[in-house]
Design a protein around this ligand. Structure first.
Ligand SMILES: [Zn+2]
Length: 275
């Protein structure tokens, strides 16, 4: 296998998830990849604006807000097409970029977001020696040509790779029984408390917002982004390997939390060779 080894991994801490411990992620990367330099940066957009001459801030804020708003998915059943964003959508992105509002209720095209993010990376760091991993709480999806619809994702793997803590909760499907019981309780007109109780019942079977297992689970997704950079392939077909492409929450838990060895034989070997 042809392995391209980057010198440095840049991790952009752009998720507001309360239980995400970025320092712990960095420590983990240092243990797994001791020969790599790991560099933590704030949110990619904050980092970008901090480097920018201040007289360019206003124009660039408008431009970036426009580009991010253009990544919105408007119809889950239609592939992304460039549509001029509305004034309110641009204004929302501007507020979000300024830290005045949070990313809620919007689905973006994942590869579109990655392409917009690529522009923000300094030209000197746009090369195979630099692995950029952006952590975000924005929810994104990718278009699936087979069933002709968008699917929410935890990660898009590109330059940069983007990993979503919101996607981790929303993208992999919860156990079927959960949806059936949730629907029943809604038909019965039960309130949020009933749903909270239901979530408690299923607690061990999916990752929820502010889940204390979030950091442990995200370690595997960060490694998927690293493997994408190393080999061009983020995923592994072995269901107990951290690189498994899980579509169900229970698969996430099995791959990220239940295997003490963490990686399959093949991926363990690649990691050992890199040490
Ligand atoms: Zn594997």
């Amino acid at each position: 296998m042809n392995i391209q080894t980057p010198d440095v991994i840049y991790l952009y801490a752009g998720s507001s998830a309360k239980t995400l411990n970025v320092e712990e992620l960095v420590d983990y990367l240092r243990i797994q990849l001791p020969k790599f330099r790991i560099s933590v940066r704030p949110n990619l957009t904050d980092y970008y604006f901090a480097q920018l001459p201040s007289e360019q801030t206003d124009a660039e804020l408008d431009k970036l807000a426009f580009q991010i708003a253009s990544c919105r998915v408007r119809n889950l059943m239609e592939g992304w097409t460039p549509i001029e964003p509305m004034y309110g959508e641009i204004a929302y992105e501007k507020r979000r970029l300024q830290g005045k509002s949070k990313a809620v209720g919007v689905l973006y095209d994942g590869f579109g977001l990655s392409a917009v993010s690529f522009r923000l990376i300094d030209n000197s760091e746009k090369n195979p020696n630099c692995c950029h991993i952006v952590l975000t709480d924005q929810l994104f999806g990718t278009w699936d040509e087979d069933d002709r619809r968008y699917h929410a994702r935890v990660g898009v793997f590109a330059q940069p790779s983007i990993l979503s803590t919101t996607g981790l909760v929303e993208a992999p499907a919860k156990p079927k029984d959960f949806y059936i019981l949730k629907q029943q309780s809604q038909i019965l007109g039960q309130n949020d408390l009933a749903v909270a109780k239901l979530k408690e019942e299923f607690r061990g079977r999916f990752i929820d917002y502010d889940d204390e297992r979030l950091t442990e689970v995200m370690k595997g997704y960060v490694m998927q982004a690293v493997f994408y950079q190393l080999t061009g392939e983020p995923f592994c077909p072995e269901p107990t390997c951290r690189l498994y492409n899980a579509h169900w929450q229970e698969e996430v838990i099995r791959a990220q939390l239940e295997n003490k060895a963490e990686f399959c034989a093949q991926h363990s070997r690649i990691l050992a060779d890199l040490r």
